[in-house]
Design a protein around this ligand. Structure first.
Ligand code: AMP
Length: 219
């Protein structure tokens, strides 16, 4: 059996991780495991986990590591992740990265590649302030850069678009600070492991997708 592939999309909020994960769906044939989506799913269903996460999410803060790690590892243990996963939004701290490495190592596995999507901060703020999410299919759109045309899942007609509470300007600034302080150290962590590839995320969406595919070509 071939080794499962664990690919991480790393980058600040608004760098296009969700958009690119959707574009890579057919190319990779791996489940998209997005920690933010898992939290929002729990929130919408008013689970204990969701209610706990909400207080942090509303302020643009990270949900504590123990809760987050347990939730994502539980997701990765499900049968549909037997061949690996495309991780988006996790890990976001060094303890999360170490916990993931340790959990994969237990099964004799490791991270295959980390795609570091680089986007300047002004561009990120610009993107997040215009971002709209579909409540039905979780697909991200943008008022200017990616207006709703058709639902990729054939589920809806653009009537479920909403702005995430944490995409409001004050919270966006908080999230960027959190990224710089807590998540950006992961770049050096994975570069040292020799699995990180930098990708210019400021290019048009389709060109970023092409760069990401090229960075996965040898896997
Ligand atoms: P996202 O959709 O990835 O931007 O995540 C939305 C929010 O969920 C974040 O601002 C955090 O509050 C929380 N969250 C998502 N992923 C993580 C993570 N790996 N660690 C801690 N909190 C997270």
């Amino acid at each position: 059996m071939t080794q499962p592939q664990y690919i991480i999309l790393l980058g600040p909020p608004g760098s296009g991780k969700g958009t690119q994960a959707a574009n890579l769906r057919e190319h990779l044939d791996l489940p998209h495991v997005a920690s933010g989506d898992l939290f929002r799913y729990n929130l919408n269903n008013e689970t204990e986990l969701g209610l706990k996460a909400k207080t942090y999410m509303d302020r643009g803060k990270l949900v504590p590591d123990d809760v987050t790690i347990a939730m994502v590892l539980d997701r990765l243990a499900r049968p549909d992740c037997a061949a690996g996963a495309l991780l988006d939004g996790f890990p976001r701290t060094l303890p999360q990265a170490q916990a993931l490495d340790a959990a994969l190592a237990e099964g004799g596995h490791a991270i295959s590649r980390v795609l570091n999507i680089q986007v300047p901060e002004e561009e990120v703020v610009n993107r997040l302030s215009g971002r709209l999410i579909c409540r039905e299919c979780q697909e991200p759109f943008h008022k200017i850069y990616k207006p709703f045309e058709t639902c990729p899942y054939g589920k809806c007609y653009g009537e479920h678009l909403y702005q995430r509470d944490d995409d409001k300007p004050a919270t966006v600034r908080n999230r960027l600070k959190v990224y710089n302080d807590q998540t950006s150290p992961l770049i050096a962590y994975y570069r040292e492991q020799g699995v990180l590839v930098d990708v210019d995320g400021a290019q048009p969406i389709t060109e970023v997708t092409a760069s990401l595919k090229a960075a996965l070509d040898d896997l």
